[in-house]
Design a protein around this ligand. Structure first.
Ligand code: MN
Length: 302
């Protein structure tokens, strides 16, 4: 199933536009992956200036191809992230963070992914993890590689903490080459083409598109287009099997949880700190209020 991206303008100081493939009208999740945004490549002056905002019920996974981003959050983290490193922020019951791309390099090119926490883990304490020790594995003898940032692929495992069986890896396949990867039975898989073009199990996938693999597939064959090296992100995971209610920066199950989280974030007082952590200083200043709720009861969906 080919998922074309839609352009979404984020509520940032610079009004950055991103290309979003998940959730999609035809496909909501890949395993527990519930949100796939592709940023850039863009010049840093148009980059990421996202003031403090909250999350509940998810992990954010930030993965850069180019550029640098400073992350700060309400559990006290101050962390610069570069290409080839991963930031995983587990919101649990509540966290707030800000993201600022730095002007040290010309381009910002990244994905931000969300992982829905299973019901049994979604009220856990907030936590932040940065890893620079991620494994790279050769996929053939001609320069095709995978860098694994979540889970395990082709014998290489990342130690990043997640709460359901999950895979995330950056694939680099030279022009004209192909690789074949085995799939875990009953998992969902998707391939996001970040740069170049690919044919995935016979289906042509253009830049910025995501192909969700058919459930009966047993292996993934990815062929890079003849004219350009392929940069892609492979996502996989066991289906969560739980309906999700996603609104703004929150992943929940029921409407009243969204109402409560929204009111607490906008209240700017001790109740807000109790839920989302202490206010923190950053170079951006201010915070992003939650928007008005739509005039209807939000429903969780599979
Ligand atoms: Mn965020």
């Amino acid at each position: 199933m080919l998922l074309e991206p839609r352009t979404v303008k984020l509520s940032t100081r610079t009004g950055i536009e991103v290309h979003r493939t998940i959730p999609h009208g035809r496909r909501r999740t890949i395993g527990a992956w519930c949100f796939v945004d592709h940023f850039g490549p863009t010049v840093q002056t148009d980059g990421m200036v996202v003031a403090a905002h909250p999350h509940i019920g998810l992990q954010t996974v930030t993965w850069l191809f180019e550029g640098q981003v400073e992350h700060r959050d309400s559990v006290g983290s101050v962390q610069l992230i570069r290409a080839g490193e991963v930031n995983v922020m587990t919101s649990g019951r509540g966290i707030a963070h800000s993201e600022l791309s730095l002007a040290d390099s010309e381009l910002l090119h990244a994905v931000q992914l969300w992982v829905a926490l299973p019901d049994s883990e979604r009220n856990r304490s907030a936590h932040f993890e940065h890893r620079g020790d991620l494994p790279t594995v050769e996929l053939n003898a001609h320069g095709a590689t995978a860098k694994v940032f979540i889970g395990e692929l082709a014998g290489a495992a990342a130690a990043t903490q997640v709460f359901s069986p999950l895979l995330g890896a950056e694939l680099r396949i030279p022009a004209g080459q192909s690789v074949t990867l085995s799939m875990t039975p009953n998992w969902d898989y998707g391939v996001l083409v970040v740069d170049g073009r690919a044919t995935v199990n016979g289906e042509y996938v253009d830049t910025r598109e995501l192909v969700a693999l058919e459930p009966d597939a047993t292996q993934i064959t990815i062929e890079a287009g003849a004219d350009a090296d392929l940069l892609a992100v492979l996502l996989g995971g066991e289906p969560l099997g739980e309906p999700l209610l996603m609104w703004w920066n929150f992943v929940a199950r029921e409407h009243n949880e969204i109402v409560e989280a929204r009111e607490l974030w906008n209240s700017e007082g001790p109740a807000r700190s109790a839920r989302f952590g202490a206010d923190f200083e950053d170079q951006i200043g201010g915070w992003i209020p939650a928007p008005e709720l739509p005039n209807l009861i939000l429903q969780a969906r599979y």
